[in-house]
Design a binder for this molecule. Sequence first.
Ligand code: HEC
Ligand code: HEC
Length: 252
Amino acid sequence: MNLRRIGGFIPLTVMLAMPLLMSGTLALARGLDDASGEELAKIIRGGLLYDSWFVELGVAPPKETHPAYAKSKGKGKGAGTWRCKECHGWDYMGKEGAYKKGRRFTGIAGIRGAAGGSAAAVVKSLQGSDHELGGRIPAADLTAIARFVTEAQLSVDEVIDRNSKKARGDLAKGQRIYATVCAKCHGADGKKVNFGDEKAPEYVGTVANENPWETLHKIRFGQPGEEMPSLIAFPVQVQVDVLAYAQTLPAK
Ligand code: HEC
Ligand code: HEC
């Protein structure tokens, strides 16, 4: 919104509404604030399926490389190339985001353009030749994924600084949530669960710093196939506060 266009001055009503408008874009999700528990459950399912639909569904992943991936510039192979994030990124920005270079580059676009759009159009795309997921994911789950894409994905650069990778959150508030929700499973220092192995351990602090976009996605939706809860009913700023605090936890 360019305020200068409004007759050279900022009307008082617009000034008063500014914080509201801005928190609206941040949460993007005036829609989510209005969503019922049942709807949120579907959107959570969609976010988990975006992360790894075959883990969340508990099915064996295809062995062959995804046809669209094989045609892309990507260097990966096999099952992993079927995960949404492998082509479109944890930041939902595809070739414009974290995967714009390096070993995960594919040259495939992000999904930001589908935010706020039609869920039916996304389902159609998932059944079509770019994706070939029609026979692999049940219809209700395709709709759940589409609802995540259209209603719940974030404009991540608003909440995570692209260069420093730092979350724009409040550490003290984040620590309160972390202590309440996360510490039981991950420990107060985030080291109770090792996602890596003994040689190359990975903890909450490791992932939160190396890949804040992935960590935010998991804070918001949980971990596919695991007991980890979703924080989606809480404001985006709360989710970002948790991420900011997680970035202060030990990485080793
Ligand atoms: C193997 C790579 C690959 C995977 C995996 C993949 N996509 Fe796509 N997706 C594409 C390609 C290719 C396009 C067409 C855009 C382009 O060519 O860059 C596309 C387009 C889209 C679009 C349309 C974007 C727009 O703005 O119109 C959405 C939405 C989308 N994908 C969602 C998903 C979801 C959700 C998943 C996981 C269930 C997924 N994709 C998995 C390759 C992939
Ligand atoms: C009920 C237990 C439980 C709770 C509560 C929980 N988690 Fe998890 N979390 C898990 C499990 C289990 C995994 C998967 C571990 C694995 O893959 O080895 C996981 C995975 C993760 C990962 C992904 C690591 C990766 O790279 O795959 C992150 C990050 C994470 N949790 C952060 C959090 C944060 C932050 C909170 C609080 C908002 C939280 N978790 C709450 C159990 C939990």
